[in-house]
Design a protein around this ligand. Sequence first.
Ligand code: AMP
Ligand code: MG
Length: 403
Amino acid sequence: PADFLNALRLNERNPQGASRTLFSACFTRVCFGASYGFVSLVKTQRCFLYLKGIHMIERFFTLYKIPAALLFCTALLLSGCGGNGAVTAEETKLVMGTVARLTVRADEITSQAALRDGMAVLTQTEQDADGVALAAVEAAAGTGEWREIPRTLYETLSRAQEGARRSHGAFDVTAGALTELWERARAEKLPPSAEAVAAARACVGYELLELRTREENGQTKYEARLMKAGMQFDRGALIKGLALDGICSTWQRAGITNALADLGTSSMLGMGVNEAGEPWQIGIRNPRGERAGDMIAVLPLSDEVLSVSGDDERYFMYEGRRYHHLIDPRTGYPADTGLSSVAVTLPLAAEYAAGWEGNMGMLSDMLSTAVFVLGAEEGRKLLADVPSALVILIGTDGKVIGE
Ligand code: AMP
Ligand code: MG
């Protein structure tokens, strides 16, 4: 039965919640069975007595229907009470190329609905409704023609352009030609030729992405164009943050206050507190650790988002050198600034970020990539604009840099 399965799916860290729900499910069935049996007994007795024609005793048994009905209602009420306590419900799914784990603390019905809605946001992001619009803009690249795009995509690209300007192009949503070249290189475990890198680099540049709005028949149209043939988009450095923002607004609308969304440890949303009443505790992986589970720090996360960009996520080794997936658009090569990992946390309600409300996931995702590409010194300058950001920089020796 569904409620038994739900109880078993509950977070193993909350055995009381799980056993309470199991108890409630069992209790309902026992009470239901008892009342059913009792009513059946009454009916059997009634038939028997009818046969004998003893009407007085028949009426006496009829009276027992009332306690049976009372017992039944009590069972229903008690089972309802059992389901109303806060439980920690959890769901894990392979989505967006990562193992996503959502955890929600609320009453059972609300938490199950929140898990379903959160997973729906991830599935939608994976299905990528914007992909078609972006492909149309890429197909028209270099022709000077504008292509219409959805309003939400327009807003995402506008924010990406702001990130590119602030980071002087270290983060660049038009880096697609370069990132694709390096993805192929990773598959072949062979760095591309200098000519191939130069050719791809020539097709990258956020200044060559133009966005505009215009009015047509009283409606606002959102449009984009790429000014050079061969240019391509890559939203890989912001898409998980964007998904976290979607989950966050869905959960906030549903009144969820305590929850964690973990998109493969590189992107996390922590709302409120965990079952111990403390901020969610997030381990930051040591990119030079011997085992995958080696942690270098533990960060408390409460009404905050976290993004981690590291050179240990996707890379290949060639002649003793590490070629990873974080590309410096200004050189065309994997960023080589002495960093192996950058973790950035941002509060969900950051007052300084006017116009960025509800987009902290995307902002922290862009910042972690940009800071990695810029290096410690330039990266800190970029973060000076974002005073409530907390950053952990790890050098290529696997040691935390500074504080
Ligand atoms: P993240 O793990 O969030 O830092 O994102 C890394 C992904 O973003 C890569 O796999 C590329 O698809 C893309 N990417 C790599 N370098 C850049 C860059 N400099 N600007 C924007 N996107 C990039
Ligand atoms: Mg990122």
